[in-house]
Design a protein around this ligand. Structure first.
Ligand code: NAD
Ligand code: MN
Length: 358
């Protein structure tokens, strides 16, 4: 029997609620499939751990995670600790050392879900945003000096490297090649940011000819937001920097119905390190502990994780269950206009996986 080792890092807030739900769904899929098993180990890292130990995860946390086939992550962030400490101490502390440079964020308007855009149906919004995930605006370079004085300076220095830009652009071109539309939009802000962003443009011009089957265009990030709203059908795959794609993908999630649906994979494509899968939403302070978080983003992320470890049939079965659940229009969670709890949605999706009528 094929066996995969999954490290679950639920983290904080609703991260713990949706990962719990996602693990139940994964176990149901493995039981149904019969051809593979999952060895799941959960690590209670996050803000509670920080308040006890002064760090978000143990010093040897990366060594602990390294042998796993994949990491299933919830969210980092809690009202008791500043966001930059929790984010840098856990999520970014895993993404950067594990060289998970390709952050892949699919957005689809699932059948049955009404997005906020008028006259846009499920065939019209089917995007993948590829986010550079290890450098750029979130490289961590910068500093603060003269704190509290009028001459205080705060700097975040954006770092782009030729190798970092080229590998993410090639990853996006390869991904576009596998899709039916075979189209890639490269997003920058190279009118205003005239060094690193112009380097993005130059590198793209140099390499795109290696992918003659992929149609490409370029867009400034501000114009891209309006295109996403006004002409969603014209978009297929998008590649952008760490910050730009972070913002664009939250917009994409909202346009596809809710932040609660959207999944992401932080990939180390060379597989030298485990890749990490997570819903794109955060800890949702306003609803945490209430049992009403939408777990679909965590389920969809679990499907991406199964695909990545090499179980495409189970991955597709999970997507199919999610789509049938959405299409039924029944028992939707609150963010999709219903009353259902995390428990209700989880039970409904598991019943669909098990082939029961709901
Ligand atoms: P958020 O995603 O937590 O919440 C934004 C809004 O969307 C809230 O109104 C929330 O209720 C709603 N929402 C999000 N996910 C939902 C779900 N599954 N079901 C129903 N509604 C959902 O973003 P935020 O408020 O900007 O951040 C809160 C905390 O999470 C902060 O500490 C932030 O740093 C952290 N965060 C972490 C990650 C991560 O670890 N990957 C990502 C984003 C935010
Ligand atoms: Mn974000």
């Amino acid at each position: 029997m094929r066996q995969y080792r999954i490290a679950a890092v639920p983290g904080d807030g609703i991260g713990t609620e949706v990962i719990q739900a996602g693990l139940e769904v994964l176990r149901a899929l493995a039981a149904r499939d019969g051809g593979f098993s999952l060895v799941i180990e959960s690590f209670p890292w996050g803000t509670d751990y920080y308040l006890e130990h002064g760090r978000m995860m143990p010093e040897d946390g990366l060594k602990t995670l390294k042998p796993f086939d994949a990491i299933y992550f919830g969210s980092a962030g809690d009202p008791r600790v500043a966001d930059h400490i929790s984010l840098w101490g856990l999520r970014l502390a895993i993404c950067q050392p594990f060289d998970q440079y390709a952050n892949v964020r699919p957005s689809r308007l699932l059948p049955g879900i009404n997005g906020p855009l008028r006259d846009v149906g499920s065939d019209d919004l089917d995007w993948v945003i590829v986010r550079e995930n290890t450098e750029g605006e979130y490289a961590g370079a910068g500093g603060r000096v003269h704190r509290g004085h009028p001459e205080e300076v705060g700097m975040d220095v954006t770092v782009f490297t030729r190798s970092g830009v080229e590998r993410i652009q090639r990853f996006a071109l390869e991904l576009a090649r596998t899709r039916s539309a075979k189209h890639l939009t490269m997003v920058t802000k190279s009118n205003a940011q005239r060094h690193g962003m112009v380097m993005w443009d130059d590198i793209f011009e140099e390499i795109k000819g290696d992918y003659p089957d992929v149609e490409t265009d370029k867009m400034l990030v501000d114009a891209m937001t309006t295109r996403m709203v006004l002409d969603p059908r014209s978009i297929d795959v998008v590649v952008a920097t760490n910050l730009h794609a972070d913002v664009l993908s939250d917009l994409a999630a909202a346009l596809s119905g809710s932040m609660g649906i959207a999944p992401t994979g932080n990939l180390n494509p060379e597989r030298r390190y485990p890749s990490m899968f997570e819903p794109i939403h955060g800890s949702a302070f306003d609803i945490m502990g209430k049992g009403i978080a939408n777990p679909i983003g965590a389920f969809w992320s679990a499907s991406m994780m199964l695909e990545h470890v090499g179980e495409p049939v189970a991955a597709a079965a999970l997507m199919d269950a999610i789509e049938r659940f959405a299409a039924s229009g029944k028992g939707m969670p609150r963010d999709l206009g219903g009353e259902a709890t995390t428990r209700d949605v989880t039970d409904a999706v598991i019943a669909l996986i098990e082939g029961k009528n709901v």
